[in-house]
Design a protein around this ligand. Structure first.
Ligand SMILES: NC(=O)c1ccc[n+]([C@@H]2O[C@H](COP(=O)([O-])OP(=O)(O)OC[C@H]3O[C@@H](n4cnc5c(N)ncnc54)[C@H](O)[C@@H]3O)[C@@H](O)[C@H]2O)c1
Length: 317
């Protein structure tokens, strides 16, 4: 993700990558060389030596150990990839640091920048969608990913590291969850070395606004595909998503199957979220998908995992 975001930023006017910090010196040198930037292995040294406006944090969940708070204390704005931390209980300090130092923060929830998701959000916010009713979703993939990803101690779970995108979308479109019941298991990877996370999970969610949701996920589906399929039912509108850029919108006001709109774009959601962050720093738009949102969706997936770890016992938020 450091490579992806830095390429997007390097392609923007008046934006330059001036430094790269990685505990792996070779990785820092490689990415820094690609952008004519300075390599570092010490974050403190980079913050003290370089003229920096903002920092992108693109380290694995287990790697977070006060970097966000340190960068915020240097009054630098922060883009941070999800999940913002491995341990929900340690993430609160990040919000406090952002507020105390009055910095802009944005979390890497690119699906919020999907053109079809934006279209739906507009209809929800202007009230034309009516009352929220049902969110159903599945997150499907089939890959061993990086070694840290398979290990419960460094990844947490597929729910925390990957399906958090879907739970964040549920919260973005339906508001805060109230109660959750979930199950998870490792069915197809019991013989894979050090594969200690689940490869299947499902949850039932009750939202504070009365709506209901269900999210299924697996790492046993189609190899080399990461599918985030979801359907949203509001009183006057049903939207069926193939991905965040592609959906069929059916108007259902008055319980009549009305106008059907097939929405499809190919926009690059990663590029759009990077452009949006830079525009936020320039005061051109409101700060969204903030560290507080990252904290709320981490709390959501933490509750899902806790319910699943206790065999489906309901967890209230
Ligand atoms: N938004 C998305 O769609 C998406 C996709 C993939 C990964 N991610 C997230 O991006 C983050 C990074 O994942 P990745 O795939 O780029 O991982 P990666 O393993 O490819 O790269 C992580 C890099 O961080 C370095 N690192 C680890 N701990 C560090 C620390 N404390 N300080 C400095 N450098 C450190 C490692 O040496 C490595 O070079 C993860 O949180 C992951 O969940 C998001």
């Amino acid at each position: 993700m450091g490579g992806l975001h830095s390429k997007n930023l390097a392609g923007m006017q008046d934006v330059s990558i001036c430094a790269v910090c990685d505990i792996d010196e070779a990785a820092a040198k490689k990415l820094a060389a690609a952008h004519g930037a300075e390599p570092y292995t010490s974050l403190e040294k980079m913050l003290d030596e370089k003229k920096i406006d903002a920092v992108y944090i693109c380290i694995p969940p287990y790697g977070h150990n006060g970097e966000f708070e340190k960068i915020a204390s240097h009054k630098k704005h922060i883009f941070i990839e999800k999940p913002i931390h491995l341990h929900f209980c340690k993430a609160k300090k990040m919000i406090e640091a952002a507020e105390k130092n009055k910095i802009f923060s944005q979390v890497g929830y690119q699906y919020r920048f999907g053109s079809a998701v934006k279209e739906l959000k507009k209809r929800i916010d202007n009230g034309s969608a009516g009352k929220p009713v049902l969110f159903t979703a599945t997150y499907q993939c089939n890959s061993l990913h990086a070694p840290w990803w398979r290990d419960k101690n460094t990844c947490g779970s597929q729910i925390l590291e990957q399906v958090i995108h879907t739970y964040d979308l549920a919260m973005y479109l339906f508001g805060s969850p109230e109660k959750i019941s979930a199950y998870m298991s490792n069915i197809c990877h019991t013989k894979d070395e050090n594969y200690t996370i689940e490869d299947v999970s499902a949850s039932i969610v009750k939202f504070k606004n009365g709506a209901i949701g269900s999210v299924g996920a697996s790492n046993c589906a189609i190899p080399m595909r990461w599918d985030n399929l979801f359907t949203v039912v509001y009183e006057n509108l049903t939207a069926q998503f193939l991905n965040a850029n592609e959906a069929v919108f059916t108007n259902t006001a008055g319980r009549i199957a009305g106008e059907v709109i097939n929405h499809k774009t190919e926009i690059d959601m990663y590029l759009d979220e990077d452009k949006y962050f830079i525009a936020t720093l320039r005061g051109e738009c409101e700060n969204i998908s903030t560290i507080k949102d990252g904290y709320d969706s981490l709390q959501f997936v933490d509750a899902v995992a806790r319910s699943a770890e206790s065999g489906g016992a309901p967890v209230s938020l």
